[in-house]
Design a protein. Sequence first.
Length: 532
Amino acid sequence: MLKILIKLRLKEISSSITKRNKKSTKTVSTVGIIGFILATFMIMNLLWQMFEIICRPYSALGFNHIYFAFAGILGFILSFIGSVFLAKTEIFEAKDNEVLFAMPIKTKYIFTSRLLSLIIFDAIYALMVIIPVGGVYFVTNGFSFRILISLILMAVSLTLMAITIALIIGGFVAWISSKFGKKNLVSMIIMVVLFLAYMSIAVMWRPLMMRMAENGTRMEEVFETFFFPFYHLGKSVAYLDIKSVAISLAITLLPFYVTAKILDKNFIKIAMSERGAKKRVYKEKRYRKVSKFWSIVICELNRLKSSTLYMMNSGISLAIMIAMLGYILFKSEYVNEFIASIAGVQSMPFMLCSIIMLNSAMVTMSGVVISLDAKTLWISKVIPMRADKILLAKSAVHGVVSLPFVLIAVVIVQFTIDADVLIRTFILLISVATVFFHMMLGIVINLTFPKFNWTTEAVAIKNSLSPMLTIVLGIAISGGFALIYFFTGIAYKISASSWMSIVLAAYIMLTAILYLTLKTKADKIFYELNED
């Protein structure tokens, strides 16, 4: 039975890039594979560049263990952030818990199958860090089979360490959430704090590492004192130090075993515990009539507010956008110097506009609204409206949520730059246009690649083809505009206002094409969708 449950979990993970319908057997989507590879490549490329900067000086100073310790910290944090709320939804609040408990299946099999699927998912995050770390090290110092095996074991260690903390924090968050009426607000606050902590470490760590490299003794003491587990993990990889290997094994395996054992013993009690949400009390209110379109929009907004996972994964880039531009506003003199050194001060307005464009591309709400319907898809189908209007209303949540953030970002940019009225107007128009473009892009992709066979919403929101493809295509298009201007526009002395007019026209044209596609194809495709 355990094999069957594990197989089902793995099948659910692999089906994230699989399209199913009644007329065809399981078919792995080539588009899904390409999209997954592109997204992974982009993240690993950024990490490669970061590790490349610190690897050579640290190797020259004989601090390979610090290099690997630093990589371990980033890998652990990335794995932890990626799994903590997934652990909460996959293990403690999974939709099919009650169904499985009602079957003649041992509880430990249910828990083990969920835990293994979580480990596999977490291992992907760890490998996204370990592969660039190893690649940069081998390019700099030459290939070593022992280091390769050590890095593989390091990925396993980081995964188990992250899972252990994620299980503890996930269980704690689930327990805290159950004690408050507004459990999603509590979960959101905790997740935002964790994410901001990760971003702060990622931004501040590289200059800190370079300063610490100037004083090797001090750096050694800091890592050994404050990053004890990762210090010994780094020494295990770099030098195969027996003492450090023993400490790393103890730190990794013992807490994982104890945590898993305790959760296994209390799994039913935790999973079936009473939730502390306030009971709904009827309150007489004046009835406010709204159109069918806005009724759908309000329903989608309520669904968004009801899920912390949905809010964070679909819209966290909006908060990042405000934070980035706010930092640039207060550090504008340094940013101006940097941009002037690589592209000229005249490119500053479009560069800042590109930040808005790229962050807007990572908002995926419209790319999952159809998938989240799943078993309730029939309700949307019986609404007396044309299919394209229904889908536009569903995707409108993307615009309603994104526009306030984008407008705040535009205001920040206006205070940051020194430009004429025409360029300021173009920044506003492009920023608004990019919201509508990505809204339409997401709903068209989700209509083409819906994901209905999920047991937890995390699969539809995080691991399915539609949001991944929405992000990859969005970044490719928005980033393409920025790259073309950087490599071609500046060289040919194309003014910022001229290039902005081209970008604005391109966004309007692409949005119109997507709208016409939805208008002409929606009826046929939408009503043929099925939940199987």
